[in-house]
Design a binder for this molecule. Structure first.
Ligand code: ADE
Ligand code: ZN
Length: 322
C-alpha cells in the first residue's frame, strides 16, 4: 500500500551495519571455494538452517565462523560492494559501516588487507559510505589498543570507532583508555550498549567513553531518568528491529519499543545490523516495523530525518539530504 511505498522509497542513511554481517551464505560458499577454506556446513541451505539464534552469543559464534572465508583484499572488496548495491536498491544514500578488524587479524589476515578492500569498495560504490572501526569487547583493552596502533597509518580512512561483540560482562568502562586516545585523535565515538546489557551500560558509554551515539540502546526505557536524558540531549539510538527479534531482545516485532522511543522524543533510527543473518536489509527492517507497529507517515519522515541528523556527515552534506 501507500505507506509501504513511502518507507521503501524515502532517502535514508544507515548508521548500524556490520559489514561482516552482510556476508550472504552464497558469498560465504563462493569465497570458501575461491580460497580453499573448508566449512562445517555442506551447503548454502544447511548453513542458512543454522541461523536460528537464542541470544546474542549464539549469533556471534556463527557470525565469526562465517567471516573465516575472508582472506584476500578482493574478498573484503566483494563483500562490501555487495552490501553497497543492496543498500542503494533500498534508497540508502549514505552508510556508516562498522568493521571488526580483530576478527581477521586474529586469523593472520593483515589489517591492511581488511581496510584496503573495504575502503576501495566504498570509493567505487554507488552511495556515500564511511568507516567506523569496532573493537571486540570480549577481548582485552590492550588488544584494542594494539588494533588502534595498527589503524594509525590508515587514520584518514576511518571516521570513528565503536564497541561490539558480547555485551554482558564487558561494560564500556573496560575500554576507557582506548576510547580516550581515539577522542584525542579526533575520531567519532559510538558503542553498542543496552542491547542485552543493562541501562547502566548506556550511562557509562556516555559518561566514561564519551560516545556520541548509542548502538541499539533499546533497554534505556527501563530507566525513566536515562530515557529523559537521551531525549533532552538528543543522543541518537541506532535501533535494529529484525536483529532485536532474532536475538530475542523482544519476543515479537509487535512488542518492539520503537514507537515508544519516538513518541518520547528520542532520536531513534532504523538499521539492519547484520542483514545476511537477520532476514533483511534496510527496507526489510522498515517494512517489518511498519507492518507490526502503529507507525504513521509522520513517524516515517522522522525516522528518515533522524538517520541524517544523527550521521557523522559534515553539516553541508547533511543539509543537502535534509
Ligand atoms: N556484532 C555484530 N552484530 C552485533 C550485535 N548486534 N551486537 C553486538 N555485536 C555485534
Ligand atoms: Zn550491531
Amino acid at each position: 500500500d501507500q505507506m509501504r511505498n513511502i518507507v521503501q522509497q524515502m532517502p535514508k542513511a544507515e548508521l548500524h551495519i556490520h559489514i561482516e554481517g552482510s556476508l550472504e551464505p552464497e558469498l560465504i560458499f563462493a569465497l570458501a571455494q575461491r580460497n580453499g577454506v573448508s566449512l562445517a556446513y555442506g551447503s548454502v541451505d544447511e548453513l542458512r538452517a543454522a541461523y536460528a539464534f537464542s541470544d546474542l552469543q549464539s549469533f556471534l559464534d556463527i557470525y565469526y565462523a562465517g567471516a573465516s572465508v575472508l582472506l584476500k583484499e578482493q574478498d573484503f572488496y566483494d563483500m562490501t560492494m555487495a552490501y553497497l548495491a543492496r543498500a542503494h536498491a533500498d534508497h540508502v544514500r549514505h552508510a556508516e559501516i562498522f568493521f571488526d578488524p580483530q576478527t581477521h587479524t586474529a586469523r593472520g589476515v593483515p589489517f591492511e588487507t581488511v581496510i584496503k578492500g573495504i575502503w576501495r569498495a566504498c570509493q567505487d560504490g554507488p552511495i556515500s559510505a564511511t568507516l567506523i572501526m569496532c573493537f571486540l569487547r570480549h577481548l582485552s583493552e590492550d588488544d584494542a589498543i594494539a588494533t588502534l596502533e595498527e589503524a594509525l597509518p590508515f587514520r584518514d580512512k576511518i571516521i570513528g570507532v565503536g564497541l561490539d561483540s558480547s555485551e554482558r560482562g564487558h561494560p564500556p568502562e573496560k575500554f576507557t583508555r582506548v576510547f580516550e586516545r581515539c577522542r584525542q585523535l579526533g575520531l567519532h565515538l559510538v558503542a553498542h550498549a543496552g542491547e542485552e546489557g543493562p541501562p547502566a551500560y548506556i550511562e557509562t558509554a556516555l559518561d566514561v567513553l564519551n560516545v556520541e551515539r548509542i548502538d541499539h540502546g533499546v533497554r534505556c526505557l527501563e530507566d525513566p531518568e536515562l530515557s529523559a536524558r537521551l531525549a533532552r540531549e538528543q543522543i541518537a539510538l541506532t535501533v535494529c528491529p529484525l536483529s532485536n527479534v532474532k536475538l530475542r531482545v523482544f519476543g515479537a516485532m509487535e512488542e518492539h519499543n520503537l514507537v515508544t522511543l519516538l513518541d518520547a522524543g528520542l532520536v531513534a533510527t532504523v538499521n539492519s545490523d547484520d542483514p545476511a543473518y537477520f532476514g533483511g536489509y534496510m527496507n526489510a527492517n522498515f517494512l517489518a516495523v511498519f507492518d507490526a507497529l502503529p507507525l504513521s507517515a509522520a513517524h516515517a519522515r522522522q525516522l528518515a530525518r533522524n538517520s541524517f541528523t544523527a550521521s557523522f556527515l559534515e553539516p553541508e552534506a547533511k543539509r543537502a539530504f535534509l
